[in-house]
Design a protein around this ligand. Structure first.
Ligand code: SAH
Length: 217
């Protein structure tokens, strides 16, 4: 991991361009665009990839995982309709970038990851940048029952089915955002919890994520 938390004018300039690019691609929520503008994405990537940090692309991180494409992060975050002080469960900490974006929006973030090395890295980096979500190493399929219910649940890995435990941990009136589908392509989906067993499902476009896998490594 990079020791420095340097964020130069060059980085800031590239980030502003990236924000223009994702705005052009259809992201409208100004708070989301501001959050992307504020989080130094280059610090979440291994040093060899720093030059790619402000391209609108996904990139490899440790443990064979990826940091999602900025547009995808913005799209999921927009769908989540984050309000200040909301309690949000993120499944798939990965680099911690998405968690930082949610903290920027004023949410109280709980993030869970099944690769210990990724949890440890994110747990070191984010507080140094002033972001303090709560980190958990475990199986996100099971969620965090003792900390629920959550106002929002965000799954950042491809889910072959809707994890029922996570629906239970969503408060009534809450919303889940997840890419739903098989290995090759998923449909971005929102689930609104209208009652204890009443849900409204809406589908958006196709995306490609690394898979949501059961258990820890
Ligand atoms: N949100 C991340 C993107 C991570 S990619 C970021 O901003 O960088 C998806 C992540 O989900 C991977 O790190 C993967 O290890 C993790 N994952 C997959 N299945 C999981 C599960 N059952 N529980 C927790 N994390 C899981």
């Amino acid at each position: 991991m990079k020791e420095t938390t340097e964020d130069t004018y060059l980085h800031k300039g590239l980030r502003r361009k990236l924000v223009e690019e994702i705005k052009h691609k259809g992201i409208k929520d100004q708070a989301v665009l501001d959050a992307i503008n504020n989080v130094p994405r280059h610090l979440f990537m291994d040093s060899g990839f720093v030059n790619f940090a402000y391209k609108d692309q996904a990139f490899p991180i440790s443990a064979g995982q990826t940091i999602s494409q900025p547009y995808t992060v913005a799209f999921q975050t927009e769908l989540l309709q984050v309000k200040k002080h909301e309690k949000i469960l993120e499944v798939g900490t990965g680099s911690g970038y998405q968690a930082a974006v949610l903290v920027e929006l004023g949410a109280v973030v709980y993030t869970i990851e099944r690769h210990k090395v990724l949890t440890l890295k994110a747990q070191t980096l984010l507080p140094r940048l002033g972001y303090n979500p709560r980190f958990f190493y475990g199986d996100g399929y099971k969620g965090l029952e003792t900390y629920g219910p959550f106002d929002k649940v965000l799954i950042t890995a491809a889910a072959p089915e809707i994890p029922q435990e996570l629906l239970k941990q969503l408060r009534i009136g809450g919303r889940m955002v997840l890419p739903l589908g098989g290995r090759h392509s998923q449909v971005m989906t929102t689930i609104e919890k209208l009652g204890e067993s009443e849900f409204k499902r809406t589908e958006y476009g196709n995306f490609v994520f690394v898979p949501l896998l059961k258990g820890k490594t």
